[in-house]
Design a protein around this ligand. Structure first.
Ligand code: PLP
Length: 359
């Protein structure tokens, strides 16, 4: 067996310990005589898996009792529609557009009502987070929407926007469980799990209870009402059962590592190694305004497309894979999620140094 250092933006690296445990339990989960994949989602044994996963997530994020945790399907993208369908009582919402994912959510929002773009960083290829301290938010907006960590561009909000009393909705797909958060600052905090938590397809939605109502937009499908899933404790229909089981293992892993404060320390250490190198390199440059840099996704360029391609190719041959940047930014991007060991970043930087000397 040989494992590479996988810098993919998602689906992404998972803790080896979790993968090994899942492998051990594949044929016979704790004496049940079957794999979790083969199990009824109504069985006692599965019930304890999903309940434990929720309890561990609540503990890790310190989720207040007046928030529900929902394990849903359709990825983060399904939420782009589900949010307006459930929350747009006044048919109006404010969107801050800081990248492709926020833009997609904004465009989807327009299908259901008046989506107002209250700030954007598109003028400079989304390389910064706009000042959100005093935005012109419509009085009757049902919510303010942000993408908290911009996976493609490598920016992150260091302070949350001033929503002027409006409900804050945040896509945290690529920074989920990377650091402690104050859940009570949000109405909805949600993310697809394939970036930092588990297998693609599962989306976790943490939602304040007063936002869960029957009063959705007309013809909202039963499956797309938060109330359906909240009432059924994420078991209205067959959930992505195996995916949730892996998420649960990752929660346990993070707990064992020391929780979100320790995750943040580790992530800061790892990111510093890479950013410090970029800041002194004559060949490689970070593409993002320094104060808005993400701890999770680090885009960089050489300024020469051919040299970028050469780097990606040679890095891959050396065991550092998925470093090619998103097509809209070009260059490279190293995603260094929770499960990327520090050693992986140190070795990548050593490889970059060597590449710089030789080219
Ligand atoms: C990857 C990603 C998405 C899309 O997730 P899907 O599960 O593929 O729908 C949405 N938002 C952010 C911030 C992402 O990183």
């Amino acid at each position: 067996m040989s494992r590479v250092y996988n810098f993919s933006a998602g689906p992404a690296v998972l803790p080896e310990e979790v993968l090994r445990e899942a492998a051990e339990e594949m044929m016979d989960y704790k004496g049940s005589g079957m794999s979790v994949m083969e199990m009824s989602h109504r069985s006692k044994v599965y019930d304890s898996i999903i309940k434990q996963a929720e309890a561990d997530l609540r503990e890790l994020m310190n989720i207040p009792d007046n928030y529900k945790v929902l394990f849903l399907q359709g990825g983060a993208s399904q939420q782009f529609a589900m949010i307006p369908m459930n929350l747009m009582k006044n048919r109006k919402a404010a969107y801050i557009v800081t990248g492709q994912w926020a833009k997609k959510a904004f465009q989807e929002g327009k299908l259901y009502g008046e989506a107002v773009k209250v700030a954007s960083s598109e003028d400079e290829t989304f390389s910064y987070i706009p000042d959100c301290s005093d935005l012109d938010i419509p009085e009757d907006a049902d919510y303010v929407y942000i993408c908290e960590n911009n996976t493609i561009y490598g920016t992150k909000y260091k302070t949350l926007p001033n929503t002027k009393g409006h409900t804050l909705v945040a896509d945290v797909s690529s920074c989920f469980l990377s650091e402690p958060v104050d859940v009570s600052a949000y109405g909805i905090i949600y993310g697809g799990v394939q970036k930092n938590i588990g297998p693609a397809g599962v989306v976790i939605v943490i939602i304040r209870e007063d936002l869960i109502t029957e009063d959705t937009l007309p013809a909202t499908p039963t499956m797309l009402k938060y109330k359906t899933h909240a009432d059924a404790e994420s078991l209205y229909n067959t959930p992505p059962a195996y995916g949730i089981y892996i998420c649960g293992k990752v929660f346990q892993w993070i707990k064992k590592m020391g929780g979100l404060t320790v995750m943040k320390q580790r992530n800061e250490e790892k990111a510093k190694i890479l950013y410090d190198f970029l800041d002194q390199s004559k060949m490689f440059k970070g593409t993002v305004r320094k104060e808005d840099r993400s701890l999770m996704n680090v885009p960089f360029v050489t300024g020469d497309k051919e040299l970028d391609a050469k780097f990606v190719k040679e890095a891959e041959a050396a065991g550092f894979v998925n470093l090619k940047g998103h097509r809209t930014v070009g260059g490279m991007r190293a995603s260094i999620y929770n499960a990327m060991p520090k050693e992986g970043v140190e070795k990548l930087v050593a490889f970059m140094k060597k590449f710089e000397e030789e080219n």
